[in-house]
Design a protein around this ligand. Sequence first.
Ligand SMILES: *[C@@H]1O[C@H](CO)[C@@H](O)[C@H](O)[C@H]1NC(C)=O
Length: 301
Amino acid sequence: MRSTNSLAAAASAFFFLLTTGPSYTTAASVCNGYSALCDKLYSNVTFIGSHDSAFDGILLVDNQFDSVADQLSLGVRFLQAQSHDKDGTIELCHTSCTEEDAGSLETWLETVVTFLEANPDEVVTLLITNGDGIDGSDFASVFEAAGASEYAYSPSGTLTLSEWPTLGELIDAGERLVVFMDYPAGTSVSYILPEFTSYIFETPYDVTDSTFSSCAIDRPSGASASGRMYLVNHFLDVDIFGIDIPDETAASTTNGEASIMAQVNECNALYARYPNFILLDWISVGDFLQVQDYLNGVGSL
Ligand SMILES: *[C@@H]1O[C@H](CO)[C@@H](O)[C@H](O)[C@H]1NC(C)=O
């Protein structure tokens, strides 16, 4: 009797395991808007994002029409920003804080955190430039104060292309903020991923040729394409008396499907894969979402 019982218990436990499998945590079923993206490696997804995301306004040097919060609402999941040291505070300034100061890094990060909190199935990527060589520990303090560090993805060691998690895994782990920095300095922070030393190469920037005819590796110079993700700088400048100004009047052409896809196809011919990141000025104008969906296999042109 007793042995029959334990046999039954063992059988039912076995049946339970068989039917339910090991207990995985609930897996995300929609990732960045599409279930098909959950199983894609992060390194195989194309994110079209905003160059100088914080500089929205009417100054000649501005790059965007919409605030960062509005960009996120529009579907932008990749934000680039330049950081500068203003008397010990990290501010998002345009080349220098006397030229344009778009507020603190902390406020910008808080906007991103608010978005992440409200949108649990979304992965957002940041690319911060560190022209003033600010120490990693200063960035870490700001990330912590803004509540961004708890969402930030910390890989264990430097990842090869095939070692990246899928979007679903990032979402399941709650590490939905991927943070790159062009030149991290000083103290290394596990979630501030070094763009140029390890992960990404870029095509030329401050382009004034509206055909965007080059997909050459511009930074880091002499880098090999293999093993790295890549970023295409698809924002057009116009040279006014020797100063490069974002070309606002060309925005709808530059950000149109034809112009973006022409450069993507050229890059794809060179590197046999689509860009991981594409940066645009005036991102609220043009076809960025449609092109992004197409490149990710979840939409058509
Ligand atoms: C993702 O993989 C597909 C299939 O190999 C490829 O066509 C596409 O270019 C890749 N995209 C990126 C961003 O690597």
